[in-house]
Design a protein around this ligand. Structure first.
Ligand code: GLA
Length: 702
């Protein structure tokens, strides 16, 4: 059984296929964490020793590993929950009420405050074949007055010892997901966002390893399913425990729970492996594809798309887009997406956001002329929108200047000439639903790219009571999810791509509501290899859009060959974003060949497992391999710069079945070898030049 409970000793054990997670209820009040790691068969073996106080400055309760420590008593460690009751009390004293098990795979620990009727339920749902535990917390106010919560973690973890390395990403617009790994030092490592979205800098997750490599070693990891203000705290304590808390950021946060109200925090998906970073990535890829992503995205192989942004920016017309569509269809594109610039008075980023109707000059006969032409060419049609925003120069703002977030007696700050709509207002939610619903109903639209190009500022909402103002950040994110979900329910055939100035909206919350994400506005094929690599640690390749664009690259000014750009973008879900009307016949022929090749291997990339073999983070050679059920594999190799006369590059493959034979196809060459040969001896490649790349395809023959 996955969830076991020993009654006499109050020990709970949550077992997945290869891990155990164990805690106990102590004295009917403390939920004491005992263990998380490789599987332990018998929870009854656990010896629960009393926690001793160190001295009067460090009480036993502060050194104890607790599942969800409230602020209270002599606790000064990272807090999971902090309430404020009307009588001024600002702590919580837990009493264990009972436990319950749902569907055989979800354990709920029911707690309450010793005095106030505030109930706190800790949820643990097991995905035992994936070795993942989903955790979240539900709080219910059964007192007769309001209760405020200013700290409210989704999950809290205790890891034994302090000898860890942590990995995170860092970056900014056009340089997202740069992965780094550091030795954990005493004190706190804090990662967060305060902008009202996930942000382009860090990612809401933790990765803690004990000297792991790609192939082996212990790794603990957990990702928060939330794209609003978030916080991840890793605390390395003096008492030989590491504590990790993930959840809604406490900064400028307060949630007022009215009498009778219940709130469920965003979830955290957490896992443990002894098989290194690759296994962590496989686990999260599988989790996303089987559990997290919207049903449609789980089942679908994503089409090759064309996106107009880099090709035509704001300078759009129906005939020019039809001309592009014709070229796109010819090279095998399946979905044609018009990015920014098609609506309102959107001739630059100065105006138009909020007016979601086609610009009359650019589309005199409405969008239909283009969608019909695109459909006739055998492609689906998609559109860019930025629903949460408004330009002061727009009909929407002129009509409803009070629909934005603002503080009284302050001038609202613009960024990219735009303001943020107050999505906590029901009228705004209604307006956005009706205008996007109309777009989807009146036009044959199969794809929406949903952008958010600035953070929230002056977080004040006229419609909210003073006591609710600091819940605005949370309510905004909830409103976005509700809006997308409502649109999906009415238009189930539409795919949604999440985007925020490139990769500002990448997290497991977004992935629960959007089918795909835009990784970065930086489409430079070399930079992209690194950005994609950072992304691949915890996020699913299937959701990752990647475009082949023109050179010199619009952002980096760097030039790379077309084939290199294709191979880089083929490591995700392929898109084209160059101005195809300027391409030579030879270039178009290469596009057609590469798109066709991608269609043959895309199930391996989108639904396979990724192996990071070599990285240009450490040199000039990069190799990434995808394996689909040990039956097929594709290897991409990249050499970014020639050095002396070096030309020999060896790659040991991974993830194959050692006992099966594979046919290896490399350009015109073919050979057959057993999986063990390919994984232990490897493939040796001769490569010379700057920006050369290859795709090598493997198929099991036995
Ligand atoms: C953001 C997106 C881009 C593009 C532009 C349009 O920057 O990341 O892909 O859609 O907005 O304005």
């Amino acid at each position: 059984m996955a969830i076991t409970f020993s009654k006499d000793r109050s020990i709970f054990s949550l077992d997945t296929q290869s891990s155990s997670y164990v805690f106990a209820i102590e004295n009917g009040e403390h939920v004491r964490h005992l263990y998380w790691g490789p599987k332990v068969r018998n929870a009854a073996d656990f010896q629960i020793r009393p926690v001793e106080r160190v001295d009067s400055q460090d009480a036993a309760i502060d050194t104890m590993a607790e599942e969800y420590p409230p602020f209270g008593g002599l606790r000064y460690k990272t807090t999971a929950i902090k309430p404020r009751f009307p009588d001024g009390t600002r702590d919580l004293v837990f009493r264990f009420v009972e436990h319950s098990v749902r569907d055989g795979n979800e354990l709920v620990i029911h707690l309450r405050d010793a005095h106030h009727k505030l109930f706190v339920d800790l949820h643990y749902r097991l995905y035992d074949d994936l070795n993942v535990i989903k955790r979240w917390v539900e709080v219910e106010n059964r007192t007769s007055a309001d209760v405020e919560l200013s700290t409210l973690a989704s999950a809290y973890f205790n890891l034994p010892g302090t000898d860890y390395f942590y990995s995170q990403v860092t970056g900014h617009w056009s340089a997202e997901h740069q992965i780094f790994r550091e030795r954990l030092q005493p004190g706190r490592a804090d990662f967060q966002c305060r902008k009202g979205l996930t942000g382009n800098t860090h990612s809401p997750y933790f990765i803690l390893d004990r000297g792991a490599t790609e192939e082996r070693g212990e790794v603990y990891f957990g990702a928060l399913a939330y794209g609003g203000n978030w916080n991840v705290t890793i605390e390395s304590t003096q008492f030989h425990w590491v504590r990790v808390a993930l959840g809604i950021n406490s900064f400028d946060f307060a949630l007022r729970l009215k009498k009778g109200e219940r709130f469920a925090t965003p979830a955290v998906f957490a896992g443990f492996t002894e098989l290194g970073f690759s296994q962590m990535s496989h686990t999260m890829n599988d989790l996303a594809r089987q559990i997290v992503l919207p049903q449609r995205a789980r089942e679908r192989i994503h089409p090759v798309l064309f996106n107009s942004w880099e090709a035509t920016k704001f300078d759009i017309s129906v005939h020019q887009q039809i001309a592009l569509a014709k070229k796109a269809a010819k090279v095998g594109v399946e979905l044609f997406v018009v990015d920014d610039g098609w609506f309102g008075q959107r001739n630059s980023d100065q105006a138009g956001l909020g007016d979601w109707v086609a610009n009359k000059k650019k589309f005199p006969k409405g969008l239909k002329e283009l969608t019909t032409a695109v459909n006739k060419l055998g492609m689906e049609f998609g559109l860019w929108i930025e629903p949460e925003m408004v330009n002061p120069d727009s009909n929407l703002y002129r009509k409803h200047p009070d629909w934005i977030y603002e503080f009284k007696n302050r001038t609202p700050t613009t960024a990219r000439n735009q303001l943020v709509l107050n999505l906590t207002r029901p009228e705004v939610q209604k307006y956005l639903f009706s205008v996007i619903d109309a777009l989807l109903t009146e036009n044959n639209i199969a794809y929406i790219k949903w952008d958010m190009n600035r953070p929230i500022s002056e977080p004040g909402a006229r419609n909210l009571a003073p006591a609710d103002q600091c819940s605005l950040w949370l309510r905004h994110t909830e409103a976005v999810y509700e809006l997308v979900d409502a649109l999906r329910a009415k238009h189930p055939h539409v795919t949604f791509e999440g985007c925020a100035s490139g990769g500002g909206r990448i997290d497991y919350g977004t992935l629960g509501h959007f089918d795909q994400i835009w990784l970065s506005d930086n489409t430079d094929a070399t930079d992209r290899l690194l950005i994609q690599e950072g992304y691949s640690y915890l996020y699913p390749i299937k959701a990752m859009r990647a475009w082949v664009t023109d050179v010199p690259n619009k952002i980096t000014k760097k030039s790379t060959p077309l084939e290199f750009r294709f191979h880089s973008a083929m490591c995700g879900t392929l898109g084209l974003g160059g101005n195809l009307t300027n391409y030579t016949q030879k270039e178009l022929a290469l596009c057609a060949q590469k798109v066709a090749e991608y269609k043959r291997i895309r199930h391996i990339v989108q639904d396979g497992h990724v192996y990071r073999l070599k990285s240009i983070a450490n040199g000039r050679f990069h190799a990434v391999q995808y394996v689909y059920r040990q039956a097929e594999s594709v290897l991409f190799v990249f050499l970014t710069a020639q050095k002396y006369i070096e030309s020999n590059y060896a790659v040991r493959l991974r993830g194959l079945d050692p006992a099966r034979r594979y046919e290896v196809v490399r350009r015109e060459d073919k050979f057959v070898a057993f999986g063990d040969y390919l994984m232990n001896v490897g493939i040796s490649l001769k490569m010379m030049g700057d920006y050369v790349s290859e795709l090598i395809h493997l198929r099991a023959t036995s």
